[in-house]
Design a protein around this ligand. Sequence first.
Ligand code: SAM
Ligand code: SF4
Length: 321
Amino acid sequence: MTSELLKDSFGRVMDYLRLSITDRCNLRCVYCMPEGETGPAHQLSLPSIERILKVMGSLGVKKVKITGGEPLVHPHIAQIVRLAKNAPNIHNVTLTTNGLLLEKLAEELVDAGLDAVNISLDTLDPSRFHYLTRRDHLPQALAGLDRALKAGSLAVKVNCVPTAESPIKDLLALAHLAQDRPLHVRFIELMPIGVSKGQIGLDPEKLMNILTQSLGPLTPISRQLGNGPASYYSAEGFVGKIGFISAVKSCFCERCNRLRVTADGYLKTCLHMDRGLVLPLEDEAAMADLIRQAVWAKPVSHLFAEDDGRGEERIMSRIGG
Ligand code: SAM
Ligand code: SF4
């Protein structure tokens, strides 16, 4: 089936969808969610997900990242992966997870067609994990990572969001996961959204110095790895690569190819700016029209640098990262 090109008014082509299927989560990461009341929970139904994927695929979306909240708490996660894999024109289906339920679900997800998984993990230290996630579930996260690596065809990445107070030994321990395992470790700059407004991320240049002092020179990889804006480096003797995603310090908006749909059916055309609209989930033709219109009005870039009150008010678990 051929598809159209979904272009915005600046000529950027949207071919990548981050679909947040639930805004519930089994952790409470300090930069993402508050411990207490987060308001009513939302979860997309299977028929709505099927329609969103069908319309997005027919409009030109080729790659889908399933996210949340925690996507593995959705009771139909394997069916959702299968729906995405079978949607028109969509050939790459990945998900991002905290890993807690991966030990149980990895094989089922691979059978359903999952191509790759990102596991969000900020420390290998149990007490620091408790501090950062407000839960004692590091063993489950590590068991999930192990199972994902054993699930054969699955490409695995570990994502860490370092803060200014992250212990250096934690960051090095995470980087060293890529030494003898076939996975990439990526460091994502903290974005000032929701509960993380006012929190201080680790400066990307400082992080680079910390890593090179311990791992030796990092050699940039010129070929594109993965679907996103990460820059990758190889370290001497490492099986996997080290990646960096720095959305605030080095804006890559001119290359943005992303759309987001949240668990309450809201189409977001920019991670930071609250631009978008509620999708009519029951009506495919109306949905397609509104997606085209919203994409055309996609903002030229985020405004993280300007605290002018026009930024996103949602917490990250309601956006999907
Ligand atoms: N629960 C899943 C997980 O943790 O991967 C999916 C949802 S989570 C919102 C998606 C990604 O957003 C995670 O990698 C998380 O670390 C990242 N994230 C959350 N809050 C963030 C923030 N303020 N700045 C940068 N990344 C953030
Ligand atoms: Fe949950 Fe992921 Fe947010 Fe952590 S980052 S609270 S695991 S949604």
